[in-house]
Design a protein around this ligand. Structure first.
Ligand code: 8LH
Length: 465
């Protein structure tokens, strides 16, 4: 085995082949594990040899980072967290000593796209970027994209690696790429007209944006299902594509298939979690591209299939800024490939319900654990839901209260009072907590052109009594 692999320039499988690399994708999991271990060994040794940060980080471990011989040894390496990267980059700006190549060999600089705190900086070398394009193309092949497809990218072309990573894959696959972007005032209205004129076959963006685009198209007099010709939409960045009722709503609105994808910017090739054209919900974990463990949220120890925990990722072939045992802070459940209802023939583990959300997004209300994506699922299943909502958690005295601000669709069959009861009942049956519900008219809440931010937890502002 060679490490790292050399990207294949422009080779592509036969158009009829469902696989980019049949052997890699369908081999028995045990055989894959051996190949993964070889790559892990190389990756850890490489990081240790080339990064002062990792040498310090691994100073006290009981295993030899230059020669990891088993998964058990690998699991003794400390977990890397976002704060470790921030601290390192603060002390050794701009890249930190995580960088394993010379600064002059960085060909691309990306970063985190959040608006608060110090951003994390990612320096990427040319060969890493080519491998990212290659792997994303391979995964997009499993989604059903082919070189004759026209693909519009409707997420912001900012520091966000989602847009650029999608672009790299679509380009490498040989599709006609339409990098439209998002985020400017009036851009969604323009996107509607461009889509109506150019009829792309596929769209990449966030699920929230697709709903906003669909609504905007309807306001401009289009029926997205009839007037657009999307076969598939692939999404990342937030829950939604694996929230069953949101997925159904997008599929119906545009008459297309929906694919869920995405890990984290740090872990690009972030498509290593991805649905395929056969999977009805959730994502396969392409763990020979990015190795993924599921760790217990409290004990941080590895979990078996069937369990719920935090995906923790390791690059397998990254030469510029490798991440090893990187704690995502997300929550999901994973299953062995043969427990998953998917006909694709790939032997990767699966996240059947996608990533539900971040552990720190989980609201504990009156002792019940609630993810905003569960509320989203209930609301999107309601006929008269007007597509947007907000969750406000407050504290009254010593009691937590859940307040929902929910839009009632234009032309709804129910009154606001009736809809309030419907929402209350649906949410109570799902999460066991009765919310206060404020019903407002469709369009009153701001839409997002990127990732939605729907939760306001005001409890920390409350005075304890
Ligand atoms: C998701 C999902 C998903 C990401 N379901 N939650 O878009 C892919 C990458 C580039 C990305 O979004 O990276 P970024 O900006 O670092 O955000 C990562 C977080 O986004 C991740 O930890 C999740 O909380 C969330 N996310 N894809 C649910 N398909």
């Amino acid at each position: 085995m060679s490490w790292p692999t050399i990207p294949t320039a422009d080779a592509r499988p036969d158009l009829e082949s469902p696989y980019w690399d049949e052997h890699q994708e369908t081999r028995p999991p045990e055989e894959r594990r051996e190949a993964i271990l070889e790559k892990l060994t190389e990756q850890v040794r490489y990081a240790y040899d080339n990064s002062e940060f990792y040498r310090e980080f691994y100073a006290d471990v009981d295993v030899d980072p230059r020669n990891i011989t088993s998964f058990e040894e690998f699991e003794q390496l400390p977990i890397l967290r976002s704060d470790d990267i921030k601290q390192e980059q603060k002390e050794h700006p701009p890249f930190g000593r995580l960088l394993c190549i010379d600064e002059e060999d960085i060909t691309r600089i990306y970063g985190t796209s959040g608006t608060t705190g110090r951003p994390k900086v990612f320096g990427i070398g040319e060969d890493d970027w080519e491998r990212i394009g290659e792997w994303h193309a391979q995964i997009l092949w499993s989604v059903g994209l082919r070189p004759d497809d026209r693909v519009i990218i409707t997420s912001p072309f900012i520091q966000y690696l989602g847009s650029w990573g999608a672009l790299a894959g679509v380009d490498r696959l040989g599709c006609t790429t339409f990098p439209f972007g998002a985020g400017m005032e009036g851009q969604t209205e323009q996107a509607v007209e461009w889509i109506a004129d150019l009829q792309p076959d596929a769209l990449y963006g966030t699920p929230s944006y697709a709903l906003y685009l669909g609504e905007t198209a309807q306001e401009s007099g289009y029926d997205p299902a009839d007037d657009f010709s999307f076969d598939v939409m692939f999404f990342s960045g937030e829950p939604g594509a694996s929230v069953p009722s949101t997925r159904r709503q997008i599929e119906t609105m545009f008459d297309c298939e929906v694919i869920d994808q995405g890990s984290m910017a740090e872990m690009t090739p972030w498509m290593s979690n991805s649905g395929c054209e056969h999977l009805k919900n959730g994502m396969h974990i392409w763990n020979d591209i990015v190795y993924t463990e599921l760790l217990d949220v409290e004990t941080e120890t590895p979990l078996d299939y069937g369990a719920e925990g935090v995906p923790t990722y390791t690059h397998l072939e990254r030469t510029s800024q490798p991440m090893i045992r990187y704690w995502s802070g997300d929550i999901t459940r994973w299953e062995r490939h043969d427990v998953t209802d998917c006909d694709c023939g790939r032997t990767y583990p699966t996240l059947p319900k996608g990533i539900y959300g971040r552990a720190d997004d989980m609201l504990v209300i009156r002792g019940k654990n609630v993810f905003p994506s569960q509320i989203e699922d209930q609301l999107h299943a309601l006929d008269d839901f007007g597509d947007e909502f907000r969750v406000v958690v407050e504290r009254e005295g010593t009691l937590d209260t859940l307040r929902l601000i929910v839009e009632l669709a234009d032309g709804a069959q129910t009154t606001a009072d009736e809809f309030q009861d419907v929402v209350r009942t649906a949410i109570k049956s799902e999460i066991g907590v009765t919310p206060d519900v404020n019903v407002i008219q469709q369009g009153e809440l701001e839409r997002t052109q990127f990732k939605a931010d729907r939760v306001k937890d005001e409890r920390e502002l409350a005075v304890e009594i």
